[in-house]
Design a protein around this ligand. Structure first.
Ligand SMILES: NC(=O)c1ccc[n+]([C@@H]2O[C@H](COP(=O)([O-])OP(=O)(O)OC[C@H]3O[C@@H](n4cnc5c(N)ncnc54)[C@H](O)[C@@H]3O)[C@@H](O)[C@H]2O)c1
Length: 251
């Protein structure tokens, strides 16, 4: 165990049925946190919570669609009612959306990606922050991307949403700094998760070549940075955006 303090804490992780969210949920559970596994993939959330429970964690699955504010409100309320509060949140649920230049991008795809990757995180913050502010403590990580500062041709909605998340992170961090709540963003490079497994081989090889380390990242490597930001070791880290990208953004 690296972070003893997590044993006393309840965490909500969205998109925790798969990939980065699942890796974060596993790490938090390993550190003794109570973990609410939230995902709109109900079966996946149940499976993930079952795995954590078998490993000895206090955990529950909630069906949550981050595009629906009532669903997010209910998920946060569940955590508070069941475990007596909410100390940590990782707003991670996201989708990649199709690839097309902006002039040909389907309006419905734009709306879906923004609704999930940007408005979905706003919904989470909207219901997490009052609970944490009332308790006078809390730590939140918003899952952005290297595409929170870099452009990427063919992904206008995803890039706009992830840039927006960086601004939202800074703004909420300013608003809640004096209330004991820290909010930061993580910017992963391309990570080997189911989100990327849809991409064909040539595209995958291109993505690998964009990273100076010559490989994609792992979900566990993103979880490592995320746990640090949630921990008391990061007590003075507020409103900033942290990369875990194998050197992608150093170029
Ligand atoms: N994989 C990468 O290369 C990469 C890089 C940078 C950032 N990210 C970001 O990390 C986050 C997690 O991505 P991942 O790679 O683990 O993807 P993933 O597809 O493996 O997992 C995403 C999870 O989010 C859930 N989800 C999607 N829409 C939802 C909604 N409306 N409500 C609730 N749950 C929903 C899915 O069911 C899934 O379990 C995303 O925000 C993604 O943009 C991923």
């Amino acid at each position: 165990m690296e972070f003893q303090e997590f044993r006393e804490k309840t965490a909500l992780v969205t998109g925790a049925a798969s990939g980065i969210g699942l890796a974060v949920a596993r790490r938090l559970a390993d550190e003794g946190a109570t973990v609410v596994v939230a995902d709109y993939d109900e079966d996946g959330a149940q499976l993930a919570a079952g795995e954590l429970e078998t490993a000895g964690a206090r955990t529950a699955a909630v069906a949550m669609d981050v595009t629906n504010p009532a669903s997010v409100e209910a998920g946060v309320k569940f955590a508070v009612d069941t475990y007596g509060g909410l100390d940590l949140a990782v707003n991670n649920a996201g989708i990649s959306g199709p690839s097309a230049p902006t002039g040909e991008y389907e309006l419905s795809a734009w709306n879906r990606v923004i609704a999930t990757n940007l408005t979905g995180v706003f919904h989470c913050l909207r219901y997490e922050l009052p609970v944490m502010a009332a308790a006078g403590r809390g730590a939140i990580v918003n899952m952005s991307s290297i595409l929170g500062t870099n452009g990427f041709a063919g992904s206008p909605a995803y890039v706009a949403a992830k840039h927006g998340l960086v601004g939202l992170t800074k703004t909420t961090a300013l608003e809640y700094a004096d209330k004991g709540v820290r909010i930061n963003a993580v910017g992963p490079g391309f990570i080997d998760t189911p989100l990327l497994r849809e991409t064909d081989n040539p595209m995958r090889e291109r993505l690998v070549s964009l990273h100076p380390q010559g490989r994609l990242g792992t979900a566990d490597e993103v979880a490592g940075l995320t746990l640090f930001l949630l921990s008391d070791s990061a007590a003075f880290v507020q409103g900033s955006y942290h990369l875990v990208d194998g050197g992608y953004s150093a170029q």
